[in-house]
Design a protein around this ligand. Structure first.
Ligand SMILES: Nc1nc2c(ncn2[C@@H]2O[C@H](COP(=O)(O)OP(=O)(O)OP(=O)(O)O)[C@@H](O)[C@H]2O)c(=O)[nH]1
Length: 463
């Protein structure tokens, strides 16, 4: 059963399908031959079927029929118009259904990077649209809407208009998951590029100096390195729509004596521009994904997954660095080791999950009192360490006392509602010319051992 959200999406898409179909027939038709230069419903239909599967079919059929019927009724009996509109609606619905099947079979992951584009052009565009354009044109021929001599031109025209519609809409669709997550550069870049593109388009229209249109592609190419797929696809689609609109009104750089020639020139330019931007943007997305994955893997390798603070592996080199720095500059630093008291009995009494909550509570208390230039790490099961650069034993002792008292005074709330009380023992060592980083750590450990031995819940300094 479709959810409320699905119903909303289906109805909104269906309305958009109808409106873009009507716009294709009026705004984007090349006069006087009434050639539709772009058919956005082909892309909307594909996205609808990809998103909602067969549930989308009635929501494609209805707006398609309603949009096509008036044109096919003109001067004809109703029965004939209904018949031929039905056939054209079947052809229009068949294309996204077939595309979805082919893509599901041959490119399960969809379009991930630029090399998938060729397969998308084949399975998502060429095969299904080739079939539907042929069916639509034969339907118009048998209904005597067009002459037999015009069939091939019609197939060609429908093919390009539908493919372009799919390309423009599909690139925005696959960029959608990135829409919120990342604009690689600030919004200013996006706004700046938008203004530049609008300026180039308007400069062309107002001065009739159409060379400005040829600057749109390089502007988009440069922007594709800065802006993510969703926004660049939207900018590219809007610019191309503006270009098509200009051509449809007999303006722009693609005007020739023969409307077919002008149409072909514009189509060739727009399709190659869209493909260039789409491919480039996909490649950039892939690059950014790889970089993000690498950064995430590095982050994970250095952090404890439970407490999200540094792990032992990341902490030990920091200790060595501090030691070398103190030796070279005659400065000092302190190291503290913290161990939750009688943790085994907490686990035994409240359960392992409650024990985990106590560990997390310890980590958050440590972070609360760890100075900005300090480092906190979980170095064992219930054992933590803190490195305090440029800190003498007295200051370190005061900080550790704050941690000990806060942890003792704050009960840990567990998932089952229990409140668990726990304490911590802490050993501190300050660098005073020891013979190695491990020696300082060993001194802190020895102080911790003494704290455990003399009753727990206390902070002791070495020696
Ligand atoms: N819940 C939980 N327990 C852990 C984790 N890692 C280690 N432990 C437990 O921590 C306990 C540590 O016990 P001990 O080393 O005997 O120390 P203790 O009971 O804290 O006693 P003292 O250190 O002497 O105060 C063991 O029972 C471990 O199973 C963890 O990630 N989660």
């Amino acid at each position: 059963m479709p959810t409320k959200r699905d119903w909303f999406g289906l109805i909104a898409s269906s309305i958009l399908y109808y409106l873009t179909a009507r716009a294709g027939m009026t705004l984007f038709s090349f006069q006087p031959a009434n050639i539709t230069l772009i058919w956005l419903p082909s892309g909307i239909g594909l996205v609808m079927v990809l998103t909602w599967g067969l549930k989308a079919v009635p929501f494609v059929v209805l707006p398609d029929f309603l949009a096509n019927f008036p044109g096919l009724l003109e001067g004809r009996p109703w029965s004939s118009a209904v018949f031929h509109t039905s056939i054209s609606t079947i052809a229009d619905t068949l294309a996204p259904l077939l595309a979805t099947q082919l893509m599901g079979r041959f490119m399960k992951e969809g379009v991930q990077d630029a090399k998938d584009l060729i397969w998308f052009l084949l399975y998502g565009c060429a095969i299904p649209v080739g079939l539907s354009s042929t069916l639509l044109s034969l339907n118009l021929l048998t209904g005597h809407y067009i002459e037999s001599a015009a069939v091939f031109d019609f197939i060609k025209m429908l093919f390009f208009a539908d493919c372009l519609g799919i390309l423009l809409v599909y690139q925005i669709y696959i960029g959608w998951p990135d829409a919120k997550s990342l604009v690689w550069r600030p919004y200013q870049t996006l706004v700046g590029v938008g203004i530049l593109l609008a300026f180039l388009l308007m400069a062309g229209v107002s001065t009739k100096q159409w060379w400005t249109y040829y600057l749109i592609l390089p502007a988009l190419v440069i922007a594709a390195f800065e802006i993510n797929l969703f926004y660049i696809a939207t900018l590219s689609s809007l610019s191309m729509l503006a270009m098509i609109l200009t051509t449809a009104h007999g303006l722009g750089p693609f005007i020739a004596d023969d409307p077919q020639e002008a149409n072909a020139e514009m189509m060739a330019y727009v399709i190659s521009a869209v493909l260039t931007i789409f491919g480039l943007s996909l490649q950039n997305s892939q690059l950014h994904r790889t970089e993000n994955d690498k950064r995430k893997a590095e982050q994970e390798a250095q952090h404890d997954p439970m407490t999200e603070i540094l792990n032992r592996r990341a902490f030990m080199p920091l200790l060595q660095q501090s030691y070398e720095h103190a030796q070279a500059h005659g400065s000092t630093y302190s190291v503290a080791i913290l161990d939750i008291d009688d943790f085994k009995s907490i686990n035994d009494r409240y359960g392992h999950a409650a024990g985990d909550m106590v560990i997390k509570h310890m980590a958050s208390t440590i972070q609360k009192y760890c100075p900005e230039q300090g480092y906190a790490a979980r170095i064992g099961g219930e054992e933590f360490a803190i490195l305090l650069p440029n800190t003498h034993a007295i200051e370190a002792y005061q900080r550790m006392e704050q941690i000990r008292i806060d942890f003792m005074d704050t009960l840990t709330p567990c998932e089952d509602g229990q409140l668990v009380a726990a304490t911590v023992s802490i050993g501190i060592a300050c660098y005073q010319g020891q013979s190695g980083a491990n020696q300082v750590l060993g001194d802190a450990d020895a102080a911790l051992y003494r704290a455990k031995g003399s009753g727990r819940n206390q902070v002791l300094c070495s020696p």
